[in-house]
Design a binder for this molecule. Structure first.
Ligand SMILES: *Cc1c(COP(=O)(O)O)cnc(C)c1O
Length: 394
């Protein structure tokens, strides 16, 4: 069970102090987070809420620290996918509205309503359970209705949305606050399908004019399509400071870096092989560094023999098979590397940067997957102005 060793108010020391005797860690830059909130705020303009999507442990950044930091930075709402994730946000002290975007069972209703969580309601059975839970507590529960406008993943079908909304409206203790949908091609080179989805959504919205809060946009749609921002935009990747593919540059700053320290330096003679399967053979005498991070930490196995790390501001190739807990980097070009030197796996070092977009492309995946894969073994170290404000994990 990870534990917070400090509150954000009291600095714990410098990043260097906190990392000199750690094998590997994740750094989260809260100044960059504030910058991204301010940047998206000015980009979407007044009257449109920022809904911070902090599902999957805030995309690996640690929801229990990131969500309160986002609330302090002024985001109006939060969204997660599981009801349990919403309860965790309340336990972390989040006071603003929290929306569950994903599926809930009727049995989830009492705890969710007790914690003032907004569920997405897809059925009469869930509606009845929410209504009952609200009445039992003497409160009114807000719900949102998700319309399936073409993604064919979650939500209610177009021809059932109006009837469901009207039935829910008539249930006591239940306030149908929101109407929502989700775009299928938001970050595709051609996102014109969003126009058809929006037409379908707007048609349902016209039939339900009494539903006061509408939202359709994720980061890519919010960045590309000012006409689909409605009352709030659901931002995950943009708050991480990463641009989804095919979006215009917005001046965001990455918040998350992955770093490690050299665990061993050794020489490999020509003719020898390196790591499981001996799949890398230097042609000339080589020097290699051991990096104490592996797929057990969420660092993708497919990066083995393909990716790079930054050491002393140089790009060093990852060589041989990537293991559960470690991998090898070729540092032949850097004769002075020694145990304890800092390694950047993701993020900036000197003038060079390994971006989530680049690492994802090499790993054969997308930036969301790189972040969401990061495991609890890597400590999360949060900082402002290079002063550490919180540490979560080992
Ligand atoms: C994850 C998610 C988002 C956030 O997407 P980003 O591309 O990271 O901004 C928005 N809406 C829904 C329904 C989601 O599942």
């Amino acid at each position: 069970m990870p534990t917070a060793t400090s509150t954000p108010a009291k600095p714990l020391g410098s990043l260097r102090d906190l990392t000199t005797s750690r094998n590997a860690w994740i750094e989260i830059d809260l100044d960059a987070l504030d910058h991204n909130v301010a940047t998206m705020r000015s980009l979407v303009g007044p009257g449109i809420e920022l809904i911070a999507v902090v599902k999957a442990n805030a995309y690996g950044a640690g929801a229990e620290v990131l969500a309160p930091a986002l609330e302090a930075a002024g985001v109006e709402r939060f969204a997660v996918v599981w009801p349990a994730e919403a309860l965790n946000l309340r336990a972390a002290g989040v006071t603003r509205p929290i929306l569950v975007l994903g599926h809930a069972f009727p049995a989830d209703a009492p705890a969710a309503i007790a914690a003032n969580i907004t569920l997405t309601c897809h059925s009469l059975a869930l509606g009845h359970a929410i209504s009952e839970a609200a009445l039992a507590r003497g409160t009114t529960a807000t719900v949102h209705i998700k319309v399936d406008t073409g993604l064919h993943r979650f939500g209610v079908n177009l021809d059932q949305a109006v009837a469901l909304a009207q039935a829910l409206r008539s249930m006591p203790g239940l306030d149908v606050e929101g109407l929502t949908t989700h775009m299928a091609n938001a970050d595709e080179p051609d996102d014109s399908f969003s126009e058809l989805q929006d037409q379908r959504f707007a048609h349902i919205a016209e039939l339900l004019p009494w539903i006061r809060y509408r939202h359709t946009a994720n980061s890519a749609t919010a960045l590309r399509r000012d006409e689909f921002r409605y009352d709030g935009v659901r931002l995950g990747l943009a708050l991480h400071g990463i641009q989804p593919a095919n979006t215009p540059p917005a001046g965001l700053r990455p918040i998350l870096s992955v770093r490690a320290r050299v665990a061993r330096v050794s020489d490999v003679p020509p003719g020898e092989g390196v790591s499981y399967g001996l799949r890398w053979h230097p042609r000339d005498p080589a020097r290699v560094a051991l990096v104490p991070v592996g797929y057990g930490d969420g660092w993708r196995r497919s990066l083995g023999n393909e990716g790079h790390v930054l050491i002393a501001g140089h790009r060093c190739p990852m060589v041989g098979t990537l293991c559960m807990d470690q991998f090898i980097a070729d540092v032949t070009a850097l004769p002075s590397v020694s145990e304890g030197d800092e390694i950047t796996l993701l993020g900036r070092q000197g003038d060079d940067e390994l971006s989530a977009t680049e690492v994802a492309a090499v790993a054969g995946t997308i930036p969301w997957d790189i972040f969401a894969s990061l495991q609890a073994r890597l400590p999360r170290i949060y900082h402002r102005h290079h002063e550490v404000t919180a540490v979560i994990g080992p």
